[in-house]
Design a protein around this ligand. Structure first.
Ligand code: PLP
Length: 379
């Protein structure tokens, strides 16, 4: 019987521990596993290769994304690195032009040194995507909603283009989470996550995952074992604990973000709001078809340029000024100077009056009051 999302988040990979009945998957804090005989083992040999706490998380994430398997990594960027390492010199990647800055930095400054080629394209422009695809294109890399401009991409159309060209679609599902959007149901071949964000959900652990078919997962697990970017058992356990409440947290994140986006849209000091839930957002209709709700991230631009933007970012009290996103607590940041500094001076540069909110699950009226006070100070 196939259970609902919230049931799977709490149960898949998480049977009671057989020797004691512990209902929570233990933190298997061990680097090695005793073997009953030479050449025989009980499923685990050495904790770089595998650890039962990590296995539980992987089984749960695969179930939530609807993929055959998942492979968990020490960070989101380690997960992405493993995907790029499946390529060979001369292979080409077409990537969204507003991809997470760290993803761009990794491919442009690390993998291109080993012969991988990359083209950044506006993936909302499907003709431009087709034009960028070539005979050596192996991956089409999408992130939707995107970071920090919250552009919405048509995953089914992108999967179609990738497959026509013999390439595979990678979807970074960090912002949406499997609760709001399941890219493989729309044709994506690999789903990558920074589990640091909503999946962990409490800003207390860094991690990453790739959810995909069994064959690709085997290649990634080989690379992970060969290269070594594994999550520790406590990190896997914290992430799994976060995942149990993903659905209820996302409902509140989405409700709070929608309220705040509407409120910001009417604010005299705000010149633009990017939130896919707003009816005038260019990706609204598409988001309504491929997502359950519109997410917890809101970006907006303030009157008064970079000076006013910095003032607001430094002026909130409940919204902590910090990088990252997806935790229960609200965060505010200036992408141009903080998370996206590595794309300054490139085509990926973001406006300097832009602020990004990771809307937490606090009482929404308190969050609005906090933003109101910080915006008023810029007048
Ligand atoms: C959309 C997205 N993908 C990937 C990453 C990288 O993940 P990590 O920081 O866990 O390495 C981030 C981090 O901010 C992100 O926002």
């Amino acid at each position: 019987m196939s259970h609902g999302f919230d049931t799977r988040a709490i149960h898949v990979g998480q049977e009671p521990e057989p020797t004691t009945g512990a209902v929570v998957v233990p933190i298997y804090q061990t680097s090695t596993f005793a073997q009953p005989a030479v050449g025989e083992h009980l499923g685990y040999e050495y904790a770089r290769t595998g650890n039962p706490t990590r296995t539980a998380l992987q089984e749960c994430l695969a179930s939530l994304e609807g993929t055959e398997q998942a492979v968990c990594f020490a960070s989101g960027l380690a997960a992405e690195d493993a995907i790029f390492r499946t390529l060979s010199p001369g292979d080409h990647v077409v990537m969204a032009d507003d991809v997470y800055g760290g993803t761009w930095r990794q491919i442009a400054q690390v993998h291109t040194r080993w012969g991988i080629e990359v083209t950044a394209v506006d993936l909302a422009d499907l003709d431009a995507v087709r034009a960028a695809m070539g005979p050596r294109t192996k991956l089409l890399w999408a992130e939707t909603p995107s970071n920090p401009l919250l552009k919405v991409l048509d995953l089914a159309a992108l999967a179609g283009i990738a497959h026509e060209h013999g390439a595979r679609l990678v979807a970074d599902n960090t912002f949406a989470t499997p609760y709001l959007q399941q890219p493989t149901a729309l044709g994506a071949d690999l789903v990558v996550h920074s589990t640091t964000k909503y999946l962990g959900g409490h800003s207390d652990v860094v991690g990453g995952a790739v959810c995909t078919d069994a064959r690709t997962a085997e290649d990634l697990a080989f690379l992970q074992n060969a290269v070594g970017a594994v999550p520790g058992p406590f990190d896997a356990w914290l992430t799994l604990r976060g995942v149990k409440t993903l659905g209820v947290r996302m409902d509140r994140h989405c409700d709070n973000a929608a309220r705040i986006a509407r409120w910001l849209s009417d604010h005299p000091r705000v010149t633009a709001v990017q939130y896919p839930g707003l009816p005038d957002h260019p990706g609204h209709t598409l988001a309504a078809t491929q997502m359950r709700a519109f997410g917890g991230m809101v970006s907006f631009q303030v009157d008064g340029g970079v000076t006013a933007a910095k003032q607001v970012a430094e002026g909130t009290e409940l919204f902590f000024l910090a990088e990252s996103l997806g935790g229960v607590e609200s965060l505010i940041e200036h992408p141009g100077i903080m998370t996206h500094a590595s794309v300054a001076g490139t085509a990926l540069e973001v406006p300097d009056d832009l602020l990004r909110l990771s809307v937490g699950i606090e009482a929404v009226d308190d969050l609005i009051g906090d933003l109101d006070a910080a915006l008023a100070a810029t007048a």
